[in-house]
Design a protein around this ligand. Sequence first.
Ligand SMILES: Nc1ncnc2c1ncn2[C@@H]1O[C@H](COP(=O)(O)OP(=O)(O)O)[C@@H](O)[C@H]1O
Ligand SMILES: [Mg+2]
Length: 272
Amino acid sequence: MLLLEGATYRYAGYATEVLHDVDLRLDDGEIVGLVGPNEAGKSTLCLVASGLAPASVGGSLKGTLTLDGTPAAGLETHELAQRVVVGFQNPNTQRSGIAATVFEEIAIGPMNLGLPVTETVARTREAIARLRLEHLVERDPQRLSGGQAQLVGIAALLAMRPRHVILDEPTAQLDPAGTHLVGEALRALAGTGASLLIAEHKTDLLDEVCGRIIVIDGGRIVLDGPTAAVFDDPRLAELGVEPPARARLSRALVERGVDPAVVGQAIASAAG
Ligand SMILES: Nc1ncnc2c1ncn2[C@@H]1O[C@H](COP(=O)(O)OP(=O)(O)O)[C@@H](O)[C@H]1O
Ligand SMILES: [Mg+2]
């Protein structure tokens, strides 16, 4: 379990706080979506929940981050990295810069965990297969399209088989097919007991994979609940979040006089 309690955070050199008293709990096997307007604090929350802020990024944090019962503040950087991995929106910030091929790029994570070679190769192959990257394994990781680089970055995280994963707009550069692959891969990872936090504008993806959604605005959590309840909440649009297609469709049907119970059944069976 990843537990963030009473997090109030400000960046170094800034007088004002950008997160205010945020509580976040990710249970094992749980995928939680994080949405909110631009500048709401999603990326900052990703940094704080992964322990990168303040440890690596600087700034000051009130509140505590606990990973499986261990306070993050007491962990060395490499110990922290073994417990929680974080993926950024821009895959270029994440690339190792030392791998000659995509295969090596994906293998670096498990290798750094000190795993035997056979295990490293097995995990690397599995991550490659999950994201259908077989055709890229020999390529130079510096010479990929934005979408390819994003998939390679996610494969590199998956290969570490992390217990906790924080992703900041992991599909920003992906087409619908790539986005769907990522969704399936994240679900499979959660199936192994990992807990995930995903900041995303693509609410259709979150609707598919998340059990819970958190809405943040002005650095405060304003909604937190089961996915369907949050995405059907009429306040969502005012908060600058576009509801997923499912929620928009059901609202449109209900507004046109279709019985809500019938709409609910039809959508559940279509999703089934
Ligand atoms: N490195 C930084 N230094 C100072 N302020 C920052 C930094 N990154 C983001 N902020 C500020 O923190 C607030 C939240 O931004 P951010 O977490 O990036 O929001 P989001 O990801 O929801 O768009 C904004 O007011 C932004 O200007
Ligand atoms: Mg952001």
